[in-house]
Write a protein that binds this ligand. Structure first.
Ligand SMILES: *[C@@H]1O[C@H](CO)[C@@H](O)[C@H](O)[C@H]1NC(C)=O
Ligand SMILES: *[C@@H]1O[C@H](CO)[C@@H](O)[C@H](O)[C@H]1NC(C)=O
Ligand SMILES: *[C@@H]1O[C@H](CO)[C@@H](O)[C@H](O)[C@H]1NC(C)=O
Ligand SMILES: *[C@@H]1O[C@H](CO)[C@@H](O)[C@H](O)[C@H]1NC(C)=O
Ligand SMILES: *[C@@H]1O[C@H](CO)[C@@H](O)[C@H](O)[C@H]1NC(C)=O
Ligand SMILES: *[C@@H]1O[C@H](CO)[C@@H](O)[C@H](O)[C@H]1NC(C)=O
Length: 317
């Protein structure tokens, strides 16, 4: 289980890096910018055009608690589309497990806006030529990350499913799906309605899926080994170019020379175990490299000078 668990966690991180990232700032209206993956380099993001949906004046970034009082709020808040390419019998078990997972998560998360999940149950051997016995069980990821300014004035990548719960009147165009998930039909899964008890060669589908769906909800970290031997947050272009005095949304789409490390929403709560230091403080120190070194190719220079350029505690992979 451990081997598989580690494997799908790694796979999941790769998926995250491939996803389109959006920018949205929240101290009055500032700028919106989107990122797409770079097919040549999965560790890099490139800016793309995106529309901002703007209706009313900006509100503060906070959860709108509109259903905590609703006894029905423990019902399934997930809209699930399942693409299942195996037998009808097995697909019906998979569908049932997804519905159960949706209800379970809805029972302990305070959700006011429905979450759209696009899931598939398919052969990873056929799809990714990943046919080994210790293959990947499955993965899930936010379909879109949106950059938002947190209450500590640090911009972090928020999963779309969470951003929707803020019920903002102005936000970047949402992706059709909030979460994308895929599970490997080659795996020997056990389902609740199976007539025999689970045995040592099987995996409890609901258990694996619940784990993965939490990654889909954005419970993951941007800290990873992007530079060999060092763990940092995700490095991406810094898209913020201009603030318009009239609270209009303006950005410069011609120049993306600058880089910045970005954390995910929940990295705000990550600390170093040995001294309690917030990981976000390290991120800020890392980012001073880019503000203090106005080089043409900053990312490359950073890669070259990484081990010596900073005296902050870098976590070793
Ligand atoms: C950037 O500007 C060009 C022309 O100035 C325009 O055609 C293009 O759509 C813009 N891109 C974005 C992301 O707005
Ligand atoms: C719950 O609903 C009642 C009326 O339906 C309202 O008076 C109360 O303030 C609500 N409580 C919360 C926490 O929203
Ligand atoms: C309570 O939740 C149900 C199911 O999600 C929804 O249909 C209904 O509109 C909600 N009621 C209120 C008052 O929010
Ligand atoms: C369902 O998945 C299969 C591959 O597993 C793919 O070929 C097909 O296009 C998918 N269908 C939809 C509707 O996404
Ligand atoms: C476990 O259960 C599956 C499904 O019923 C079966 O195919 C497999 O042979 C079983 N393995 C063992 C070791 O009992
Ligand atoms: C956009 O960026 C380019 C390159 O940095 C700069 O020359 C130009 O003045 C900027 N345009 C605006 C409107 O800020």
């Amino acid at each position: 289980m451990r081997t598989k668990s580690t494997k799908y966690a790694e796979f999941n991180n790769k998926i995250i890096n491939h996803l389109i990232l959006f920018l949205l700032l929240f101290i009055s209206n500032i700028a919106a910018q989107c990122f797409a993956p770079n097919p040549q380099n999965p560790r890099e993001l490139i800016p793309v055009a995106c529309n901002l949906v703007k209706n009313e004046p900006q509100e503060n970034l906070k959860f709108k608690d509109s259903t905590s009082n609703n006894s029905s709020s423990s019902n399934n808040m997930f809209d699930i589309t399942l693409n299942c390419t195996v037998s009808t019998d097995l697909c019906s078990k998979v569908q049932k497990a997804f519905d159960t997972a949706g209800s379970i998560i809805s029972s302990y998360l305070l959700l006011n806006t429905r979450i759209v999940l696009s899931a598939s149950f398919e052969s990873f051997c056929d799809l990714y030529s990943s046919c080994s016995e210790n293959g990947i069980l499955g993965f899930a990821s936010p379909a879109r990350w949106i950059l938002m300014e947190d209450d500590d004035n640090i911009q972090r990548l928020y999963p779309q499913s969470l951003v929707k719960q803020f019920e903002l009147s102005t936000h970047p165009e949402y992706s059709k799906n909030d979460i994308i998930a895929s599970f490997n039909s080659d795996v020997s899964y056990w389902f609740a309605e199976d007539s025999t008890p689970i045995n040592e060669t099987q995996f409890d589908f609901l258990y694996v899926m619940l784990h993965e769906l939490h990654h889909g909800l954005g419970f993951s970290s941007a800290w990873d080994e992007y530079f060999t031997g060092y763990v940092t947050p995700l490095l991406a272009n810094d898209p913020i170019k201009e603030i318009d005095a009239e609270d209009d949304l303006v950005y410069n789409n011609t120049s993306y020379s600058s880089f910045k490390f970005y954390e995910c929403a929940f990295d705000k709560y990550v600390i170093l175990m040995e001294n309690g230091q917030k990981a976000s403080e390290i991120t800020e120190k890392l980012n001073t490299y880019f503000t203090e070194n106005n080089n043409a190719n900053k990312k490359k220079n950073f890669e070259i000078s990484f081990p010596t350029c900073l005296c902050c505690p870098i976590i070793l992979a």
